[in-house]
Design a protein around this ligand. Structure first.
Ligand code: F6R
Length: 604
């Protein structure tokens, strides 16, 4: 958040950060620009820690910027908290997002004598401003933005420009608050809604100059861009959710951006994968004899997809196990075993215990997590961060999608290093993955018929989900979502298994969701659809655009865009998320906080 106006800026910014707390964070900081120059204070942990640090201190000034950080580069420490400053302490920068080419930029800055004081990607921006500033901060920021790769919202102040904040955005949200003799920028309108309800959205690759008297927006070439302002009439609660009724709906819509973040910065200039996070020597990677994936709930389903990806591409045998069962059966592990622990929170007790057990057996443990500095990431040998951003709703949506994306990246990396896929194949698969965010967006934009269907299903006591191959774990995930959100008795099965028992559950009118995107086993799935339909099931079939082979046997067809069959889980997820959220909503349930559940399960 940034503020410039007539009030004491520290209070305004702290209040804004308090209102942004719902987004989740692990450290906080502010910088105030006043008569005493630029003063910066930062603290790991909750905002209360920062407030305690500031208590009794006077930081006078009418311009301030502030930030709550969700760690992506470096653990959540005081030193990694924002704002970051340049060598001379005259530039302060806060940042959301990931600067993908920061290592290259750091190398150049260090060569030119700059001192790096944090592990963050953000700090490079402060040093670049220091180096390039020539009395025109907006022009400096525009020139820097042209050299940055990745996603960012930057908010910057400079001791030589006492009345000016400069902000910039690419791929992540930034909003301007237009006040009377005061102006604001924030990640969303909640930051300033207590002061003004007039807002303007900042578009892609725009730079904003915020002064007390007014705001100017330019493109990266410096041409002024006009844009409409709008009146915000949400109450604070609605504003926190970005106008959505529930966080889950907002987080579902954040999935394209989240997948982009997971994929960002993983490729070399030659289009090959680098995964330094794995911290294993190439020789050790080649020596891996088996992989175990341990996780709970939805993360376990992501792990199941990991099995298909790693076995297919890297040709290493993979076992996926619920973390709560793993250590109790004394699995055979050893030096040549890679254990992948998948956990959004990084705090799930069962998964943590599985990690501890694996390490005690001398296996190499890689955590795949969304939470930098979490216990699981600290206790593992290495960590791959999914960078999905904080997830507030209890039900996992963007976390699952980014975990599955991470599984593909790990699978391809292992394949690349072990030579089971050549460079061209790895590149082609990465290109397919990179097209996923646009396809997810396209799908999200056409979900109204699924919501309608969900409302129609709201009184059904039981729903079955069937899938084959990668559709099977997604059938489990679809059933879990419907259970936990709508309290519907839902079960997922491999479609080939139903004739061995579950088909006895099918009777007149029972809804059966069949995941049947185009792939090699589709003809068999068509048979399964016919089997359940012949016994009275109401069939809801998820199929690929342009494929009509299942249509004759479907009571409802939900189409998803075409992609490689191994990647279809990322698309199958969307209609199933929409379906469960809407059934829950239609039943009048709390979509974000289902009964008996917690976001982070820290007991065994
Ligand atoms: C389901 C859900 C849970 C979590 C599980 C693991 O929507 O959210 O099943 O996936 O509790 O949590 P993490 O990933 O934090 O270890």
């Amino acid at each position: 958040m940034g503020y410039v106006g007539h009030q004491q800026a520290l209070e305004v910014v702290l209040d804004g950060l308090r209102r942004l707390e719902y987004r989740g964070y692990d450290s906080a900081g502010v910088s105030v620009l006043g008569n005493d120059g630029l003063q910066v204070e930062r603290k790991a942990g909750k905002l209360a820690n920062l407030e305690e640090l500031l208590s009794g201190r006077d930081l006078p000034g009418t311009l301030a910027i502030g930030h709550t950080r969700w760690a992506t580069h470096g653990p959540p420490t005081d030193a990694n908290a924002h704002p970051h400053v340049d060598c001379a302490g005259r530039v302060a920068v806060v940042h959301n997002g990931t600067i993908e080419n920061f290592e290259l930029l750091v190398a150049g800055l260090q060569e030119r004598g700059h001192q790096r004081r944090s592990d963050t990607d953000t700090e490079v921006v402060a040093h670049l401003v220091e180096e390039r500033y020539d009395g025109d901060l907006p022009a400096t920021v525009r020139s820097i933005c042209k050299d940055l790769e990745g996603s960012f919202v930057l908010v910057i102040s400079h001791a030589d420009e006492p009345g000016l904040i400069v902000a910039a955005r690419r791929n992540l949200p930034l909003v301007i608050g237009l006040g009377d003799g005061e102006n604001f920028v924030g990640s969303d309108v909640t930051a300033f809604i207590a002061h003004t309800r007039e807002a303007r959205a900042v578009e892609q690759d725009q730079v904003v100059e915020v002064r007390r008297e007014g705001v100017t927006v330019t493109d990266l070439d410096g041409s002024v861009v006009q844009g409409p302002s709008y009146h915000v009439d949400w109450d604070t609660e609605a504003a926190e959710k970005g106008g959505y009724e529930f966080f889950m709906l907002k987080e579902m819509d954040e999935q394209p951006a989240a997948v982009r973040e997971t994929l960002g910065g993983r490729l070399t200039a030659e289009g090959l994968l680098h995964l330094d996070e794995l911290s294993m020597s190439d020789e050790d990677v080649r020596g891996i004899e088996q992989v175990f994936i341990v996780a709970c709930g939805s993360a376990y389903h992501s792990g199941l997809i990991g099995k298909y990806a790693i076995e297919r591409w890297a040709r290493i045998p993979v076992q996926v196990e619920m973390a709560s069962e793993f250590r109790y059966r004394d699995p055979v592990l050893g030096r040549n075993t890679l254990v992948i622990a998948v956990s959004q929170s990084g705090e799930t007790a069962d998964t943590l215990e599985a990690v501890r057990h694996a390490r005690s057996q001398r296996a190499w443990v890689l955590a795949v997590t969304n939470t930098v500095g979490s216990t699981i990431s600290r206790e593992s040998d290495a960590a791959f961060y999914t960078r999905g951003g904080p997830e507030v709703a209890v039900a996992s949506t963007k976390a699952v999608m980014t975990q599955i994306t991470a599984m593909y990246v790990v699978g391809l990396y292992l394949a690349q290093l072990r030579g089971t896929r050549d460079a061209d194949e790895v590149r082609a698969h990465m290109r397919d993955l990179q097209s996923i965010p646009d396809l997810v967006q396209e799908l999200l934009d056409r979900m109204e018929p699924v919501r309608e269907l969900a409302r129609d299903l709201k009184d059904e006591p039981r729903v079955l989900f069937l899938g084959r191959h990668v559709g099977y774990p997604m059938a489990l995930e679809g059933a879990l979502k419907l259970k936990e959100l709508a309290y519907v008795s839902a079960e997922g099965f491999p479609a080939g298994e139903i004739k061995h028992g579950p088909i006895a559950l099918v009777e007149q009118g029972v809804p059966v969701v069949v995941l049947a995107p185009r792939h090699a086993l589709q003809a068999k799935l068509v048979n399964n659809v016919q089997e359940v339909r012949a016994r009275g099931a109401r069939t809801i079939v998820i199929a690929t655009d342009g494929d009509e082979s299942v249509t004759p046997y479907a009571d409802h067809v939900i189409k998803i865009p075409d992609t490689k069959s191994l990647l279809t889980p990322l698309l199958m997820l969307v209609p199933m998320q929409v379906l469960s959220a809407e059934v829950a909503r239609a039943r009048g349930l709390d979509v974000d906080q289902p009964r008996n559940l917690a976001k982070s399960v820290t007991v065994e």
